[in-house]
Write a protein that binds this ligand. Structure first.
Ligand code: BGC
Length: 271
C-alpha cells in the first residue's frame, strides 16, 4: 500500500499538552487522523477533553484524556507515565499548553508573571525533559520513524515580535525559542528532533477579544497580510508534518504559521 498523506504517523504515540481546546485540540485531532495514538492533556475542561477523545474515537483513532498541570513536576511525571502505561512509550511530544495574563507592566502582578512563565516556559522545560528521558531510554524504532523522538514546542509570533501589555507572555515565548534551540542542539546527536511552530493570530478563545467584533477583526487583519485569520487546523497540519519523517532533516527550526504577521506588514507602504 502506498502511504497516504493522512497516515504519516501510523504506529506512533503522542502527548499533546493543553489539548482540550483551541490549537491543542486541533493538533491532537490532526495527529490522530495521521495515525498516532494521542494523550489529550488538559487541566480544566475535562468535558471538552472528553469530547476531543470522543471525536478521535468516532473517526477511528485512539486517544486518552489525562489531567496534568504542566507547570508541576510531579504532574508532568504522571502525564508521561500515563503514556507509557497506555501505549508502552512515546514518539512525539507537542508542548502546546499556554496561557495569557495580560496587564500593563506597571500593573502586572508577580502572580501574572509567575503563572505565564510557569506554564509557557517551565512547563515546556518539564515536558521536554521528560520526553527526552523517555526517548533516550527507548532508542529508535525504525519501523515507525527515522528519528528516535520528536518534540514540537508551540510558541508564538511573540517569540520575535515584542508585545506591549503582554511582557510576561512575550518573555515566555522568547525564552522558549532559545530553550527549543538549545534542546535541539543537545539532542540532535541522539536523533531526537526538536522544533517549534510559531502561530500568528489563530481563531481560538485565547484571543477572542481580538476578533469577535468587526472593528477588532479589521485591526487584526491589518497585521496578517495573507488576509484571513488562522484556523487551529492550520497548526494541526504543520504539527503533523514536523512530527513525521517528511521533515526528517529539520531540527532546531521555527515554522511561522502566521499569514505573514512576522513580515512587518506595517512597512508595506511605510518606511
Ligand atoms: C496570542 C494571541 C495573539 C497572537 C498574535 C498569540 O500567541 O496568544 O492572543 O492574537 O499571538 O498577536
Amino acid at each position: 500500500m502506498t502511504a497516504s498523506a493522512e497516515r504519516l504517523l501510523d504506529g506512533q504515540r503522542a502527548i499533546v499538552t493543553g489539548a482540550s481546546s483551541g490549537i491543542g485540540a486541533a493538533v491532537a485531532r490532526a495527529l490522530a487522523a495521521a495515525g498516532a495514538r494521542v494523550i489529550v492533556n488538559f487541566i480544566g475542561g475535562e468535558e471538552r477533553a472528553g469530547q476531543v477523545v470522543g471525536d478521535i474515537a468516532a473517526a477511528g483513532g485512539k486517544a486518552l484524556a489525562v489531567r496534568a498541570d504542566v507547570s508541576r513536576e510531579d504532574q508532568v511525571r504522571s502525564l508521561f507515565a500515563a503514556a507509557v502505561d497506555a501505549w508502552g512509550g512515546l514518539d512525539i511530544l507537542v508542548g502546546n499548553a499556554g496561557v495569557q495574563r495580560d496587564a500593563a507592566l506597571v500593573d502586572m502582578t508577580l502572580a501574572d508573571w509567575d503563572t505565564v512563565i510557569g506554564v509557557n516556559l517551565t512547563g515546556q522545560f518539564l515536558c521536554a525533559r521528560e520526553a527526552a528521558r523517555l526517548f533516550l531510554k527507548q532508542g529508535a524504532r525504525p519501523e515507525v520513524s527515522t528519528a528516535a523522538g520528536k518534540i514540537i514546542c508551540i510558541s508564538s509570533v511573540h517569540d520575535v515580535i515584542p508585545w506591549a501589555g503582554h511582557v510576561n507572555y512575550a518573555a515566555s515565548k522568547g525564552g522558549l525559542n532559545m530553550m527549543m534551540k538549545s534542546v535541539a542542539q543537545e539532542l540532535a546527536f541522539h536523533r531526537v528532533r526538536v522544533n517549534a511552530i510559531s502561530p500568528g493570530a489563530i481563531k481560538t478563545a485565547i484571543n477572542r477579544a481580538a476578533w469577535e467584533t468587526p472593528e477588532a477583526m479589521a485591526r487584526l487583519l491589518a497585521l496578517a497580510p495573507y488576509g484571513r485569520l488562522g484556523e487551529p487546523d492550520d497548526i494541526g497540519k504543520a504539527a503533523v508534518w514536523l512530527a513525521s519523517d517528511e521533515s526528517d532533516y529539520v531540527t532546531g527550526a521555527t515554522l511561522y504559521v502566521d499569514g505573514g504577521m512576522t513580515l512587518y506588514p506595517g512597512f508595506i507602504d511605510n518606511g
